[in-house]
Design a binder for this molecule. Structure first.
Ligand code: CA
Length: 168
């Protein structure tokens, strides 16, 4: 019934016509959101520099957290600079009992630490503290438990930090 002819929708002061056309306009952003870099962060995400960050509220393995981020068009946190590290430490300091997965892992215990995009971890940025207590256990994923960054068993349930880039 909303899609009657233009003549039927036009009343004297044009109100009905106005409603009709504004309904059409609101549809446009919804369909163009997918896969496009946004210039502002989605609700509940925190903006910092040129990224948006989401601090997870549910427990998951490292792989599960990675999947959750990718479902939200993002990736597990990649710490690119000391400035970014400082921001993250500040954020997680408000939740000191929680550990948060970041996007660092290694294929095997001897392998190099890699970010999700395949780039190598630079030890100049921070230290990954080893928590391996038994020789055979492989702690190949990394989490931050403020203010320290540890290696950990990838299957341990924890929260995750997702990051997505903003368009500039
Ligand atoms: Ca980053």
């Amino acid at each position: 019934m909303a899609y009657g002819s233009e003549l039927e929708n036009l009343d004297e002061d044009g109100y009905t016509q106005l409603q009709f056309s504004s309904r059409g306009i609101t549809k446009i952003p919804v369909s163009s959101e997918k896969g496009v870099l946004s210039s502002s962060c989605p609700p509940n995400w925190i903006a910092h520099e040129n990224s948006c960050y989401l601090f997870g509220t549910s427990l998951n393995s490292w792989n599960g957290s990675k999947r959750q981020c990718s479902q939200l068009d993002s990736y597990l946190l990649k710490i690119d600079s000391s400035k970014e590290l400082e921001f993250i430490v500040k954020q997680v300091s408000s939740q000191p009992v929680k550990s948060f997965w970041i996007g660092l892992s290694r294929p095997q215990a001897e392998g190099p630490w890699l970010w999700e995009d395949g780039s190598k971890f630079s030890p100049n940025l921070f230290e990954i503290r080893s928590t391996v207590t038994q020789e055979n256990s492989s702690h190949n994923c990394v989490w931050i438990h403020v203010p320290i960054i540890y290696d950990q068993l990838c299957s341990v349930p924890s929260y995750g930090i997702c990051e997505k880039k903003l368009s500039i």
